[in-house]
Ligand binder design. Structure first.
Ligand SMILES: O=P(O)(O)OC[C@H]1O[C@H](OP(=O)(O)OP(=O)(O)O)[C@H](O)[C@@H]1O
Ligand SMILES: Nc1ncnc2[nH]cnc12
Length: 396
């Protein structure tokens, strides 16, 4: 497969069925015929701490991994050990995550269970900048989980018992996808994977990626520029990109009131998409170009503009104040997400116009995780917004 590895973090409360679902999804990827032959594997990140605990205490590792009663006996000591390690090694999660990923360089799709940390895509994606990192949150009702707890284990581990109760309402961020795992059997999980996960390995995404020309040493030596806007200059490029933006959106276009975009790159893809889904545009321009009344905010320079020009400095952007009703549902579309400064400014501007983060989704054509845009958005209070990207690129 030419596309890079996809990493899916399968999260959720204990006994929601994370390990079960991860195994079902592995089999869906392996059997899918969209691609010639995909390899997929599920790995539990919490095995690492069990390994370290066994080495430190002499406990039997294979029984810790496979013998539920034995693991239960060791649970309090394992939890204390884990907490002590986290205190001494604040980057324990990153270390374990990287070890799991490096241990699976041979697979195309890696599913990681056993992770209970806040907003893992925002905090970890820069560590795997060439890969698409997704979080699928598996949830089940209290009653279902109680029944499952009685029947079988679900990879309950020290992270589970440490966790301060991550049900979705308590999450102050938004997982990429949510799977309701309340029914018995694997049919619903299979359908979920076919509908929501397989699109990420569809060849059309690779076709789109192939339309992005790489330009070495532009705009500065050492930068491998990806000409994302150039997709629209390729034969069929704009149509393909528009159709992928439409189909990859996890919301319902019928409930969207407007597509918002910031000049200049955003205008190209947002206009084509808005026309296709028949939704009006909200145009955001540099201050002084739109007629009053407007609202405006400061926009710091984007990553690429700050590299391109020595005297680049922040500007104001604005939109017409009454172009979209307050509390309307808005999808923000941009060509690139890199540092996230542009999207933060757009979200602040929408907020000035009466559109809160709860009514906004974001779609970008390409994301550069190395610049940690998702983390910036989260730190600025936009962590609950759904951000979807068609392409993921590493590099500077
Ligand atoms: O995440 P960020 O670091 O903010 O980068 C992303 C922004 O960079 C580019 O715009 P730019 O400001 O360079 O202007 P342009 O669209 O007019 O080229 C791109 O169109 C995005 O809007
Ligand atoms: N390498 C790159 N190419 C194009 N746009 C970018 N934005 C951030 N990094 C970029």
């Amino acid at each position: 497969m030419e596309q890079k590895l996809i990493i899916i973090l399968v999260t959720g409360e204990s006994c929601a069925g994370k390990d079960y679902c991860a195994d079902v999804w592995v089999s869906v990827f392996i059997r899918c015929h969209i691609h010639r032959s995909l390899t997929a594997r599920a790995v539990s990140i919490s095995d690492a701490i069990k390994r370290e605990y066994a080495a430190a205490t002499g406990a039997d590792l294979s029984r810790l991994l496979w013998d539920r009663a034995y693991k239960e006996q060791h649970r309090p000591a394992l939890t204390t050990f884990f907490q002590g390690e986290v205190r001494q090694r604040p980057r324990l999660l990153e270390e374990h995550f990287q070890n799991v990923v490096y241990g699976a360089v041979d697979v195309d799709v890696l599913l990681i269970t056993g992770m209970r940390d806040e907003a893992p895509v925002a905090t970890l994606s820069h560590l795997v900048p060439d890969s698409r990192l997704l979080e699928v949150h598996v949830q089940a009702s209290e009653q279902t989980r109680r029944i499952r707890r009685g029947c079988h284990g679900d990879g309950d581990d020290n992270r589970d018992s440490n966790n301060n109760g991550s049900n979705l309402t308590a999450l102050d961020y938004r997982p990429s996808l949510i799977f309701d795992n309340d029914t018995t059997g694997n049919e619903a999980a299979k359908r979920f994977a076919e509908y929501h996960l397989l699109p990420f390995v569809h060849e059309d995404l690779q076709r789109l990626a192939n339309m992005v020309r790489q330009v070495p040493d532009f705009p500065r030596p050492g930068i491998e520029f990806r000409h994302v806007l150039g997709i629209s200059q390729q034969p069929g490029g704009l149509a393909l990109c528009t159709s992928l933006l439409q189909t990859h959106f996890t919301g319902d276009w019928a409930k969207v009131d407007a597509v918002a975009c910031c000049e200049v790159g955003g205008f190209v893809y947002a206009s084509a998409l808005a026309s296709r889904v028949d939704v009006p545009l909200v145009l955001i321009r540099e201050a002084g170009k739109l007629p009053p009344p407007t609202v405006s905010v400061i926009k710091p320079t984007s990553h690429i503009t700050s590299l391109a020009s020595n005297n680049s400095k922040e500007k104001r952007i604005e939109m017409e104040r009454d172009v979209v009703p307050k509390c309307a549902s808005v999808v923000v579309v941009d060509d690139v997400l890199s540092t996230g400064e542009t999207l933060c400014a757009v979200l602040q501007l929408l907020n000035e116009a009466g559109i809160g983060a709860e009514d906004v989704s974001i779609m970008v054509v390409a994301e550069f995780p190395v610049h940690r845009g998702r983390e910036l958005l989260r730190q600025r209070g936009f962590g609950r917004i759904n951000i979807q990207s068609l392409l993921v690129f590493g590099g500077a």
